[in-house]
Design a protein around this ligand. Sequence first.
Ligand code: DGY
Length: 312
Amino acid sequence: MDKIDVVAASPLYPPVMEALSATYAVHHLYQARDRATFLAPLKNTVRGIATFSGKVDASLMAALPRLEIVASMSIGLDHIDLEAAKARGIRVTNTPDVLTDDVADLAIGLMIAVARCLMVADRFVREGGWLKGPLPLQSKLGGTTLGVLGMGRIGQAIARRAVAMGMTVVYHNPRPKSDLPYRFYPDLVAMAADVEYLVVACPGGAATRHLVSARVIEALGPKGTVINIARGSVIDQAAMVLALAARKLAGAGLDVFEDEPRVPEALTKLDSVVLTPHVGSATQATRLAMGRLMLDNLAAQFAGKPLLTPAV
Ligand code: DGY
């Protein structure tokens, strides 16, 4: 039987791409010099798109009229035009749950790295600073308050870890969650004023753009540290950089940025900041699990079975 045609909109973790290619005829859009020329002969055959962070916009969907499903190997869906998919009856799937622990671990890791100055301490040892005297004292995490922005699955996993470390957890979310034991703040500025750490764990996209505004950053103030493992778009990055440089914000642990992979140079100069290159889910085991789930969603769609993790 002929293999079903699928477009790969971005490179995938190699074992996942191998598994995808074993089952489908994969067309590597991200390698195309000219998108229109690449897509023209596929117009009447492609039924699926597999992606990681590669953009799937309305024009790509329009160029593939037989498209049934966009299966993304990610929890975030801000790279996909969900409205266009809905309008065309194209299903969209993501990969929730399998990455929750890794992303929560990284959020806590960044928080510890900033509070305990791990990057500075590492450099201090390597460069011989220790031979000349001790490292200045750092900040204790236990006993402080963590505000979680976005109390979904990842926010809750971060909260559980923070409680185990002796922190008090509060949260801001579109709606309170009555089954959670944490205080809910309807107002993000008010929450920022009351916490030492603010962790961003909400979805990206237009609805949350610059939710962490200059006002929120000001409320967090010189006692406050921001951790972002969600999307760079949620924070007003320019306002955050200015506040950090002026020490009007104590620190930041950042895995995501507004214009990845570009990072403002000012951030790279600050010892109060720890930077990672969008690696929240980047472990081999989790990327395999994400890939498996994406493949299972594609298989379910083409077998006429219910999708495992539908987003649209
Ligand atoms: C996700 O799953 O959305 C991660 O950020 C990887 O892109």
